[in-house]
Design a protein around this ligand. Sequence first.
Ligand code: NAD
Length: 479
Amino acid sequence: MTKITVAKGDGIGPEIMDATLEIILAAGAQIEIEEIEVGEKVYLAGNSSGISSASWETIRRNKVFLKAPITTPQGGGYKSLNVSTRKFLGLYSNVRPCTSLHPFVCTKHPIMDIVIVRENEEDLYAGIEHQQTDEVVQCLKLISRPGCEKIIRYAFEYAKQQNRKKVTCFTKDNIMKQTDGLFHEVFDEIASEYPQIENEHWIIDIGAAKVADTPEEFDVIVMPNLYGDVVSDIAAQITGSVGLAGSANIGEECAMFEAIHGSAPLIARKNVANPSGLLQGAVMMLNHIGQTEVAEKVQNAWLKTIEDGVHTVDIYKEGLSNQQLGTKEFAKAVMANLGQQPTILKPVSYSNNNAALNLPKYKRKPAAKKKLVGVDLFVHWTGLNPDELAHSAKKLESSLIALTMITNRGIKVWPEGFKETFCTDHWRCRFKANEEVTINNAHIIELLTKAFKENIEIIKTENLYSFDGKAGYSLGQGQ
Ligand code: NAD
């Protein structure tokens, strides 16, 4: 018997959770349920996180969490409970299988069996945002080596366990050479440890286009958080419906299982929602807790039900479907098929070890030789001619540090800028130290003090380092 935490959520949540639990219990799931309240009611009672500390305790104690979708009220400083659950509990891996059910569910892609493995904790989802000038706001994109290593190793170990043939990586490292560059670099390092699994890398734009066009060419795809969020919804939708896909959020200690769709408030309490997405999440949960036989029984009964043309309204299609059922009745149909297998769709067999993956703990590498080589000073300035800003900024120079470049939104505007380049009020002045000298933070403070005296408004600084002699910063565009 495994104790699990259950949250019925908002909108269609309670209906699809009841249907899901009824099916898995009928299939023999050995689970003890501890229910908690999260979401809209908790938010509107004045708790901006959507969850009480007692509920956090329950989730942390039981370690396995089956969650229905919740409604995050708009505005008012409410924090997304999904994002905070993933981050608080260290659920670094988001696994979303997207498989087409042709010819029983209408899709343009009859052959499609993709698993998206999405990094779940960092990237732009760190949510570190600032307004810096009247015209410019920024969001910090944080990518870490442990974050990359954990998710990429997870993807390869998952592929190995599931007997999948290829792992593809999507990044935009032609533009983001440091952040996406690190993700790609770690992908190449880890891929070399798995010679039996094919590996490839695509730039995300053409990669996503290929997923939408020829999904049959992909197997497991691993990517940073934001790209994974977008591409997994595309992949789920083109199998026929977002209502069909489930997702597992896996960490070293805890795991959370859910549907990928939201709380669909417009169809709530009408007994029309498709419980399949949450049921798919529950099947992943049963595998995770080692109840693979029950998982297999549920999945095969569900496939048989879909194959019989017994469908909820979202996937019902005249000519393809035989019967349109409500949420409760669909659950009963799946239960009636427990013990049966599909005949045209491929039945699943989870007899190979399908349980939770046990990955080695991250080991920090020895520190590199880190050298401060300069600083980018970001300036709020409403002038138009970069030569004027350069004239003022040059007054900050010393025998050790010189102004080497000014950019506006990343593009070089001084020296030798183009008059056609559109400029905002947000400028970056790059100061570099002479190669022979060693500088420290005191030199940067000196620069800032001089800037203050010259009435140059510094809104932020970013130190420039080299690591083992390699530049740890990008060049200006056009530099
Ligand atoms: P949504 O996924 O709830 O709905 C999108 C569309 O898909 C709607 O037309 C809906 O009716 C349909 N749909 C979704 N699930 C379905 C199902 N199981 N059966 C049949 N049709 C289904 O997305 P949204 O409308 O953008 O968001 C609604 C709310 O859900 C928002 O408050 C959002 O914050 C929240 N949300 C929660 C989660 C989560 O808890 N994991 C994820 C996404 C959105």
